[in-house]
Structure formats: C-alpha cells, structure tokens
Design a protein around this ligand. Structure first.
Ligand SMILES: Cc1cc2nc3c(=O)[nH]c(=O)nc-3n(C[C@H](O)[C@H](O)[C@H](O)COP(=O)(O)O)c2cc1C
Length: 354
C-alpha cells in the first residue's frame, strides 16, 4: 500500500514526522523559512548550502547562515565543497551545532560553485565524490545524505551510476532532482529516473522537482517508490502549499493570515540578518507572499519600493488590521532566542578549540 504523505518515516536513526521535506534553497532557506515550514507540516527542513571553506575560515557571513533553533528539529544542514578533509571538519561543526542530518550538495549547477570542483561537478568525479562521502560519514555520528541532480549534461544518467556507490560509501539517504545541471530549472524533473534510483539502492530516496500540489506529490510517491517528496519553489512565500501537500486540504489563506505570516517572517529575518541585509533580501519574498491574487498589484508594487522593513510592516498592518491578533499568537509561540545555537559564537574547530 502506498504510504500517506502524513506518515512518519526513518532516515537512519532520525524519525521524520511527514513525507514532505522542505528544500534547501540558497537565498531563501533562512531560519524563518525553515521554522515556518515546520509549522505548516514539513517533516524535515534543510538549511541552504553553506560553504565548508567558509566554515573552515570562520567567514562571518557563512557562519551567520548557521543558526539552529529549538523548534527546527529535525533539521538537515547542507554543506558544499570538494575536499574530503575540509568537508569532514565542516560536518563535525554542523553536527556540534545541532544538525540532525548532514546533507552534502552534489547538485548545484551554478558556475561559481562547480568551477571549484563542488556541487554538480562531483557527479563527473565519482571517485572524489565517494571519498568525500566516506570522509564525512566517518566524521559524524548523525546520518549523512547526498542531494544530486541527474548529471551535468542533458540526458545524463550519472545519478544512477553514482547513487549506489555513494550509499556504499556511507550515504544514509539520497535526494534526486532529476534535471541536468545544464538544464538549470528549464524543462521538467524526469522522475522516471527517481524510480530507477529507488530500485538500485536500499536507503530512502527523496524526490525533488516540480512538486507543487498534493495530487502531484501523491503521483510522484506512487510512481517512484520514494520515501518522501521535497518541495522548493512551490513553498516560496507560500507555506500554505506545504499544508496542502501534506494534508490535501487546500484552503487559501485569508489576507490577514498572509499579512501576519509575512510580518513575522520579516521580523525574524531582520533578527537573523540585520536590517541592512534583510531589507534587500526580503524584497523577493514580498512579491511571493503578496502575489497569487492575494493583494492588489499596486499594493505589492508599493511595498517592493519601500526600503525600511518597519515601513513595510506598518503598511501591511494598515492593509489587514486583523493580522495583529495572528502576529501576537505566532510570536508568542516562538522559542526563546537564548536557546538558539549560533555557529558564529562557536570555536572554529570543536577539536582545536579556537
Ligand atoms: C533559489 C533556489 C536556490 C536553491 N538552492 C539550493 C541549495 O542551496 N542546495 C540544493 O541542494 N538545492 C538548491 N536548490 C534546488 C532545490 O533544492 C530543488 O531541488 C529544486 O528547486 C527543484 O525543486 P522544486 O521544483 O520544488 O523547486 C535551489 C533552488 C532554487 C529555486
């Protein structure tokens, strides 16, 4: 019998409460995004990819990305790099920070990453990819997973050749986004490859790509035998899509709910990134939240033009006064920031001590 999207499952020794995983997305998967994803039913959330070299050199910006809240678990932190020793050291640090799973990025198609030998480039270097996986899996006690694309060039089936080898090297699960790196986000995710991968390995496979509705999620699970689906772009500015995908209950949010979720998201992100970085970072989220016919276009356009986040919040409250009570409730549920683990306050190496 096909599992329900509401069922829990196991990834190594970690129980994941639902079969919907929130995708790692650079420039998107900040803590506020992950936290909201969990609240709306994602069984597992993931940080955006963080550079293992950035961790090694204690780059302030990289470490700023690594912030683990008490309400985020189970949480995967994704690292990328191309050198086994540095990846292993980064894995130890993110494990110490509280990651329940260490995920490795073998799929990023962006040139800035692939030219350093990391991301999707590793799909063409299976020996190195396996050595990295072995080094990372033996460095940490938590499960180590790999997220990959189908291969680098269109039509590639590299993921099927490398997948079983990565499992042998210690990967406790594989996520497949079955587009080539060359495709970036064009065309469609060919989940017939996901089904083939499921047949080849005896660890859970997570299917990523083009899952935007409950019906699509059920179809992908049924057609592939994957343990879970991953949702990325469909959840941008749209936590309600996650609830819909998990439960199959597609009630559209009210304007008050949208404004309230956005206001909490803004405040959390300002706390995380500081006003200067957050004000630019958030602009794309305004479009995502206020679109879908939820607010008139001129209102959305006006919001995107504003610089100070406080001004944005004021306008949102003015446009949806009923949001205030929801914001109060949501903020009362947030854990105490004192309970958070911040990597920028940790020593560079848990072994070296500083
Ligand atoms: C803006 C953006 C940033 C992304 N960043 C990452 C990343 O840091 N690590 C990663 O493994 N995948 C990343 N991805 C890929 C997604 O995790 C996912 O595999 C892909 O978007 C396909 O799923 P979707 O159709 O549900 O969006 C990113 C995708 C987008 C759109």
């Amino acid at each position: 019998m096909q599992p329900s999207l509401r069922d829990s499952w196991w990834l190594g020794g970690v129980e994941i409460p639902t079969r919907v995983v929130l995708a790692p997305m650079a420039g998107v998967s900040v803590q506020a995004f992950r936290r909201q994803g969990r609240r709306y039913g994602a069984g597992l959330v993931c940080s955006e990819m963080v550079s293992c070299a950035g961790i090694e050199h204690r780059n302030e910006r990289t470490l700023g990305y690594l912030r683990v809240g008490a309400d985020e678990h189970p949480l995967a932190i994704q690292i990328f790099g191309s050198e086994p020793g540095t990846m292993a050291e980064a894995a130890r640090m993110v494990e110490a920070a509280g990651a329940d799973i260490v995920d490795m990025n073998f799929g990023c198609p962006v040139r800035k990453v692939t030219k350093t030998g990391a991301g999707a480039h590793l799909l063409e270097e299976p020996e190195l990819a396996c050595r990295i996986t072995e080094a990372v899996a033996s460095a940490v006690a938590v499960p180590v997973t790999v997220k990959m694309r189908r291969g680098v060039v269109d039509g590639s089936r590299a993921c099927l050749a490398i997948g079983p080898r990565l499992v042998e090297a210690g990967a406790a699960a594989l996520t497949l986004h079955p587009r080539s790196a060359t495709q970036m986000y064009t065309g469609f995710a060919d989940h017939s490859l996901t089904a083939e991968l499921v047949e080849l390995v005896d660890v859970p496979v997570i299917a990523s790509g083009d899952v935007t509705s409950h019906a699509k999620a059920e179809t992908v699970l049924a057609a592939t035998g994957a343990a879970a689906v991953m949702v990325g772009r469909g959840a941008q500015g749209n936590p309600w899509a996650i609830r819909d995908i998990v439960l199959g209950e597609g009630a559209a949010p009210s304007r008050e709910e949208v404004a309230a979720e956005l206001i909490v998201f803004i405040r959390e992100t300002v706390r995380e990134l500081g006003e200067r970085r957050a004000s630019g970072f958030l602009k794309k989220f305004y479009g995502w939240y206020l679109g879908h016919g939820r607010f008139p276009k001129p209102f959305k356009n006006e919001i995107v033009q504003l610089h100070a986040t406080e001004e944005v919040i004021e306008r949102l409250f003015a446009a949806a006064p009923g949001a205030a009570a929801i914001v109060e409730r949501l903020e009362a549920e947030l854990p105490d920031p004192e309970d958070e683990i911040l990597l920028d306050r940790m020593p560079i190496s848990i072994y070296g001590g500083g």
